[in-house]
Write a protein that binds this ligand. Structure first.
Ligand code: HEC
Length: 251
């Protein structure tokens, strides 16, 4: 028995190690991949702000255009660079070695990042940059200390002066009922073009899009699920009629 318990404990050890490596907290995003409008906005944020460094090379443009219900000509005109075709994989022209030289580490492909890191982590990471002069690009990140990525959305969000706090940390003064802490970034060194609510929404859309990218069939699966339910409902009606017919004479 002791041996069994010991073996179990040893088998579970790696899980403890993985759990211990995670950040102390993350904000929850509760995104909805069936919201096609949000996915469209997320794709726009991604292609305009991230594609300079990150590829989505396990996916093709035309698949995204089809799933997100964006007409191919509009997609090509607004979201793609001119030297690529709509049937191409979503690669980028930045050379990995050059990327490594610039940032110390080559920007990774992000097709599967939502599955590897989880959507809550991504949502917190993308809203989690703050000023830190000791870093080469002047920023650090609450869930990725020592990150090599510059703050790509600094113009939109503004530059946070200190590590943003968890949104769950919103606290209310019991005497006055006023909010003392809002969570997220509370003091900015430079203002962004978006308000905090707008930036949270843009990040939500972006994370939603990356979640879809990690598993594009999620959309089909959901649509198919409804079809199957509809079929079962109709089938149930016929089965019940048949049942009534068969038992009519027996009773
Ligand atoms: C100027 C180049 C650049 C831009 C633009 C950029 N990134 Fe990055 N990104 C990097 C680099 C470099 C890393 C690797 C950081 C490290 O590992 O220290 C990285 C890492 C990441 C990671 C962490 C991946 C992992 O699992 O370790 C995510 C997620 C990410 N970027 C998302 C984005 C998104 C979303 C955008 C657009 C809003 C974006 N990046 C724009 C350079 C960039």
């Amino acid at each position: 028995m002791k041996k069994v318990i010991f073996t179990l404990l040893v088998a579970l050890l790696p899980m403890v190690a993985i759990a211990a490596k995670g950040p102390a907290w993350v904000d929850h995003v509760n995104n909805d991949v069936s919201d096609v409008r949000s996915l469209q906005r997320g794709a726009q944020v991604f292609f305009n702000n991230c594609m300079g460094c990150h590829s989505l090379e396990y996916g093709r443009y035309n698949r995204v255009a089809r799933d997100l219900e964006i007409p191919e000509d509009l997609f090509q005109e607004y979201l793609m660079s001119t030297d690529q075709a709509i049937g191409d994989l979503m690669t980028i022209s930045m050379n990995r070695d050059l990327g490594k030289q610039f940032f110390g580490i080559a920007p990774p492909d992000l097709t599967l990042v939502a599955r590897v890191r989880g959507t809550d982590w991504l949502y917190t990471y993308l809203r989690g940059f703050y000023a830190d002069d000791s870093r080469p690009y002047g920023v650090n990140n609450v869930v990725f200390p020592g990150v090599g990525m510059p703050h790509a959305m600094v113009d939109a969000q503004g530059l946070c002066a200190e590590p943003p706090k968890p949104v769950s940390a919103v606290s209310i003064d019991p005497l006055t009922g006023e909010r003392i802490s809002e969570g997220g970034c509370e003091r900015y060194l430079t203002e962004g073009t978006m308000s905090k609510v707008e930036f949270d929404q843009a990040t939500y859309d972006l994370v939603n899009f990356l979640d879809y990218m990690g598993e594009p069939r999620q959309l089909e699966r959901e649509r198919l699920g409804w079809l199957v339910l509809a079929f079962l409902t109709v089938f149930l009606a016929f089965a019940w009629l048949l049942y009534r017919e068969l038992w009519k004479d027996v009773k």
